[in-house]
Design a binder for this molecule. Sequence first.
Ligand code: FPP
Length: 252
Amino acid sequence: MHEKSVLDPDRIPRHVAIIMDGNGRWAKQRSLPRIMGHKAGTETVKNIVRTARELNLEVLTLYAFSTENWKRPSLEVQGLMTLLKSYLKSQLQDMLENNISLRCSGEIEKLPADVRKILLEVIQETAGNAEEDQSMILNLALSYGGRSEIVRAARIMAEKCLSGRFGPEDFSENLFASHLYTAGLPDPDLLIRTGGESRLSNFLLWQLSYAELYITETMWPDFSPERFIEALVDFQSRERRFGRTSEQLQAE
Ligand code: FPP
């Protein structure tokens, strides 16, 4: 079992993104309906958010619902929306007490009105927390798709060009990034995917360019704080070269 003390506090990743996969298989292994896997997964969300906050991460992004997830059976979609709503309601106080600021990435206009309402309320109520020195941003990816985020940014920039706010010559990586949902956030240093699949599933396609990838067979409902710390220990053992050589890094 891993304790927090095994981590180097000076090399905690600023931003961790997680693809929370395996709820359905976890439920199936126990002959339970899929929604019970999502329910258990919601408890994992609470544990991992708490651990991330204790470890002083700046940003935790969780892939809670993809644009493709709308194609799931409507009962499962409804169940996920209900879980999300009760999660947000029940965690507001905790977020306020622990200086957690909620943000979201995705086409939230597609969410049911009641879910959107509570989501926007929690975002607004916790916005002040982001100003605090010691705070964490919890970024929920909801009705999120990486390609659609990139197209949306391109559209907004094209509109600004047409209205004369800036011209094509002003385009840069920084300007583009500032039109993504994650504007102002550091890029993820580490992407964790539970459930064993080795794919990106349209998640943060722009932002993950230099992220370290960590894939674990553990299903999301079983992803404990100890497993999370294991992933961070693994991250700390990596050498991040950003295109340079090992020798160059050592010389610095
Ligand atoms: C993937 O598992 C998981 C999802 C599509 C939803 C994730 C949602 C939660 C963890 C709970 C609600 C979220 C919050 C933030 C409270 P899967 O169903 O694809 O699993 P499978 O690959 O085993 O079928």
